[in-house]
Write a protein that binds this ligand. Structure first.
Ligand SMILES: Nc1ncnc2c1ncn2[C@@H]1O[C@H](COP(=O)(O)OP(=O)(O)OP(=O)(O)O)[C@@H](O)[C@H]1O
Length: 256
């Protein structure tokens, strides 16, 4: 399995304040990682470093085997942020246009879209179950539907890795479940690796193949099954406050 993300001894501070320390992290092809941690633990900062938006003070970062400075295949990484789903009803773009805009990195902003691009966009909409909404205005859709469209936008460029920072913020509980089963399909059937930042520890650590626990440094990095074997006390210690674990089904479920 190829390694898609590899961080070694990464440190980062805002001004004088250290927020990430000695971060080692590795994600391989086909894996589904949940990145969890309390508020302010550095999750978004870590994602921004992986995306090349922030530069670490120290340490090495490799993407798809290349040093981040030399990595030229941004299209291999699709990114969906928590703020994507915030269009209001007057926003003048169709779902199809939003998804096609995911191809601009490859084509340049003012190039015309080919029939092939159109097909790619429709295929991506089918994957997320939104093909019937292609002609709708993006603002007419619910938060959950908009977020699916943003996943489709990220998928249009045919990435091998999808990075998401709390993509379910603002989505109601019922739609969250179907959103996650869609992610499961993307990972299981389409083989797309996923790195997902989440507060929904209970659902996601059941779905993900691997879990990373962050609170300034990495406190756990391993398989989902090992994570679920960890004791409540151990989890509470790094989380910074008591964490209650609810054993509802095999493997256990954790609420925080
Ligand atoms: N631009 C910034 N300048 C200064 N400090 C920042 C900046 N962005 C974040 N921080 C601080 O760095 C720490 C880590 O923030 P970060 O957003 O990475 O955490 P997080 O785990 O994603 O938090 P949350 O779960 O609340 O979204 C926090 O203490 C935050 O206040």
């Amino acid at each position: 399995m190829n390694t898609l993300i590899e961080l070694k001894d990464v440190n980062f501070s805002y001004e004088q304040r250290v927020v990430l320390e000695h971060i080692d992290f590795k994600l391989k092809e086909g894996e589904f990682w949940a990145l969890i941690g309390p508020n302010g633990s550095g999750k978004s900062t870590l994602i921004n470093i992986i995306l090349g938006l922030l530069k670490p003070d120290r340490g090495s970062i490799k993407l798809f085997g290349d040093d981040i400075e030399r990595f030229r295949h941004r299209e291999l990484i699709g990114y969906v942020s928590q703020k994507s789903n915030s269009f209001n009803s007057g926003f003048p773009a169709t779902v199809l246009e939003v998804v096609r805009s995911g191809l601009t990195r490859k084509k340049g902003l003012f190039k015309r879209f080919s029939k092939h691009d159109h097909e790619k966009a429709i295929t991506a909409l089918k994957v997320v179950g939104m093909e019937n909404f292609a002609r709708n205005n993006i603002g007419e859709l619910s938060g959950g539907q908009q977020q699916r469209v943003f996943i489709a936008r990220a998928l249009a460029g045919e990435p091998k890795l999808l990075v998401m920072d709390e993509p379910t913020v603002g989505i109601d509980q019922q739609n969250v479940a179907s959103f996650y089963s869609m992610l499961n399909r993307l990972n299981g059937e389409h083989g797309i690796a996923i790195l997902l930042v989440t507060h929904e520890v209970d659902i996601v650590t059941e779905l993900a193949t691997h879990v990373a626990c962050l609170n300034r440094s990495i406190h756990f990095h391993g398989m989902q099954s090992e994570f679920h074997r960890m004791g409540t006390e151990e989890i509470s210690k790094w989380y910074g406050h008591p964490v209650r674990r609810v054993h509802q089904y095999e493997g256990g479920q954790m609420n925080d």
